[in-house]
Design a protein around this ligand. Structure first.
Ligand SMILES: N=CN[C@@H](CCC(=O)O)C(=O)O
Ligand SMILES: [Zn+2]
Length: 412
């Protein structure tokens, strides 16, 4: 497939650029008036229209005048396997109840767990497939999905099997994260060690035997999992080769970032609450900071200090956090807009965070997240746009016209 007259080919980082830190995030290379050649599922070559080799110009072409080509969004933090929405909590939120108050009133994660435990694997697969399908049509070309609404041996395994089916049936990379440490089930409220033992002695061995997870996650937060409990669970996961990607500092400065860094986390996610010590603890680590602005938007909690994190020379990624409680949306375009509008980062920084750094937060940036020869042809073509910045600027307005996955136009 040859794409010609591309107004701008976006995200041309060198193939060996696997993650972008700090100040460098403001640089988003764009080639104007370009062509792009795809062979099979890979990017074969690209260049300027006025320098197109004759052999290339004789191939069948797609002419995309006035349109941009972007690398697909890489959404590195989602919870899209859930049984049902929770809009019954929506009104409570509007009336002023906090996330913690709703959870304490029987809502929250335990509400989703009750519903998921009753759903069949097929029902869950069908519902998650619909969500993933919609996300792909909005430009997502790689995704991480967490368990964590099962909270029993049987239901956590069920969730992870659903994620495996999504991996098998969708033409995009899917990474699975084991998040049984998402909340304490009611019967373990006074017996934390009992649930931790269940995770370590019952769940982890079966998950490892079935190769059902790539990463391990813990919700390290006041009222959820303490730093010591998080540490224990992450160390147990490491014995099975599961690297951490953890929920840290969503509602308070919880110590989650430090315990994540200590355990060589691939990423620490959320960080709506951060201070100087938290930022310092990330320096000299390879841990990526994944920010989730749609969650702040929906819950009305602070937006993470993206500018401060970037100024500290850290690699920042952006993801949706799509889940039924804190972020009922899987739209990466909106995430990129919010990062610009509310976190006040530049479109170039936000787009790098949502592509190459998102890929890095799933350890797939050798093949995904930028446009480079030899990388996977997972891309999207926009509608006619006046500039790259128009995409986040025109928030809430769909700008994607064509999705290309593995070198083929994807229509669902
Ligand atoms: N904070 C923990 N987990 C999710 C919310 C889960 C829920 O409310 O169902 C999050 O990332 O925001
Ligand atoms: Zn989350």
């Amino acid at each position: 497939m040859l794409i010609v007259n591309i107004k701008g080919l976006v995200g041309l980082h060198p193939k060996d650029k696997l993650v972008i830190r700090g100040n460098e995030m403001a640089s988003l290379p764009v080639l104007e008036n370009a062509w792009l050649l795809i062979e099979n599922d890979l990017i074969k070559d690209f260049g300027r229209m006025d320098e197109m080799p004759p052999a290339v110009s004789s191939l069948p072409t797609i002419d995309v005048q006035e349109k941009y080509v972007f690398p697909s969004w890489c959404d590195s933090h989602t919870h899209i396997v859930f049984a049902a929405s929770r809009e019954e909590e929506f009104a409570m939120k509007i009336e002023g109840k906090s996330y913690e108050e709703i959870a304490a009133a029987g809502g929250g994660i335990l509400n989703s767990a009750r519903k998921l435990q009753q759903a069949t694997e097929d029902e869950l697969f069908k519902r998650a497939s619909n969500r993933l399908q919609q996300m792909i049509m909005m430009g997502t070309g790689a995704i991480e999905i967490k368990s964590g609404y099962g909270l029993t041996v049987e239901s956590e395994l069920k969730m992870l099997r659903v994620i495996r089916r999504l991996k098998q049936q969708f033409p995009i990379p899917v990474k699975a994260t084991f998040l049984a440490a998402h909340a304490y089930p009611a019967e373990y409220k006074e017996n934390h060690q009992g649930y931790i033992d269940l995770i370590i002695n019952e769940m982890l061995p079966q998950i490892a035997a079935g190769k059902l997870a790539d990463y391990i996650d813990v919700f390290c937060e006041k009222g959820f999992f303490s730093v010591e409990e998080t540490d224990l669970i992450l160390q147990a996961g490491a014995k099975y080769g599961l690297k951490p990607k953890i929920h840290a500092n969503q509602l308070s400065v919880s110590g989650g970032v430090e315990v994540g860094v200590k355990n060589d986390a691939v990423s620490v996610d959320h960080l709506e609450e951060t201070d100087e010590n938290v930022i310092n603890s990330l320096k000299n680590s390879d841990t990526i900071v994944t920010l989730l602005p749609s969650c702040s938007f929906y819950l009305g909690i602070p937006f993470a200090n993206a500018k401060g994190l970037i100024a500290a020379d850290l690699p920042v990624a952006l993801a949706t956090d799509y889940n039924p409680g804190s972020t009922p949306s899987g739209n990466m375009n909106f995430v990129v807009s919010l990062a610009c509008i509310k976190m006040k980062i530049l479109p170039e920084q936000a787009i790098n965070a949502a592509t190459i750094n998102g890929a890095a937060a799933m350890e797939i940036s050798e093949d995904f997240g930028s446009i480079a020869i030899g990388k996977k042809a997972n891309l999207f073509i926009t509608k006619p746009m006046s500039s790259v910045a128009y995409l986040p600027y025109s928030f809430g307005q769909p700008q994607i016209e064509t999705v290309i996955l593995n070198g083929k136009i994807y229509n669902g």
